[in-house]
Design a binder for this molecule. Structure first.
Ligand code: SF4
Length: 267
């Protein structure tokens, strides 16, 4: 996988160039190289203003977003499948409801409505990374209730093929955020109606429901005694059935990017 195309000199050009060291690196050039390669979040330079951070983040993340959109451009097939569904039958099965002939599916505390043609609307902006998984979730021919057993991304059918990319684009992104802002995961979980999970050997263990029957568990362990920090995202075993792996991938990448943007904007 080639590295991000955005050059570290492009990052460097907008830095203050005073080598103050507040980013824990010896120079602005070192920070630019670390940020461009994804080793450091832009938020680690407190002297970058928010508009510049947003612009840089958009440039730095152009590549993963293109990867994401590559997966989500076959909505017409899903829309056709949706057109053949009886919403009153599938809604109770997948944790949704029906209102005025539309299928309502809750996601991150918001209701997303799907009409008979597979068109979607919500009180918030419908992003492609959430639209594709929601349609795929509704159109899935099989469905299981959550089991309470957690599996890794590589255990999902087809997950091994994109596991490395998943680690880099999702787990690593969230780990960097949690390392830099230890309370952030709790804040985000609260914002998106997550719950704390007990019984896990982690400083933070949170369960989120991107879809009603698609629980994910985020476990973060802070660095300690010379050991590096770690973060893993686990999936309830029902996720093996309830969503195709590319939809799960799209959902998690979008989630990581959304959390990263929120962290950047609220620093
Ligand atoms: S905190 Fe910002 S200005 Fe200071 S050295 Fe790091 S990149 Fe340069």
């Amino acid at each position: 996988m080639p590295e991000r195309p955005f050059s570290h000199l492009s990052v460097y050009s907008v830095l203050p160039k005073n080598n103050c060291g507040r980013c824990q690196l010896p120079s602005c050039l070192a920070f630019a190289a670390a940020a461009a390669s994804g080793q450091k979040p832009l938020a680690d330079c407190p002297l970058l203003d928010s508009p510049t951070k947003e612009r840089l983040a958009a440039a730095l993340h152009g590549r993963p977003e293109q990867e994401l959109y590559k997966f989500v451009n076959d909505l017409s097939e899903l829309e056709e499948q949706i057109a053949g569904l009886d919403f009153t039958v599938i809604a109770p099965r997948i944790g949704g409801t029906v209102k005025d002939g539309r299928l309502l599916i809750p996601s991150f505390g918001k209701a997303f409505e799907i009409d008979r043609q597979g068109r979607m609307r919500s009180e918030c902006h419908v992003m492609p990374w959430v639209q594709y998984p929601l349609l795929a979730y509704a159109a899935s021919s099989q469905h299981q209730l959550p089991t309470g057993t957690w599996v890794s991304f590589r255990d999902l059918p087809g997950g091994l093929d994109v596991h490395n990319l998943f680690c880099k684009r999702c787990e690593l992104v969230l780990k960097r955020l949690a390392d830099a802002h230890p309370g952030l995961l709790h804040d985000l979980a609260e914002l998106f109606q997550g719950t704390e999970a007990a019984g896990f050997a982690a400083d933070t263990a949170l369960i989120l429901h991107p879809l009603p029957h698609f629980p994910i568990l985020i476990c973060w362990q802070a660095a300690e005694d010379g050991l590096e920090s770690s973060l893993s995202i686990l999936f309830d075993a029902c996720c093996k059935v309830n969503l195709p792996v590319k939809a799960a991938f799209s959902l998690c990448i979008g989630l990581a990017q959304m959390f990263e943007k929120i962290a950047l904007l609220h620093r």
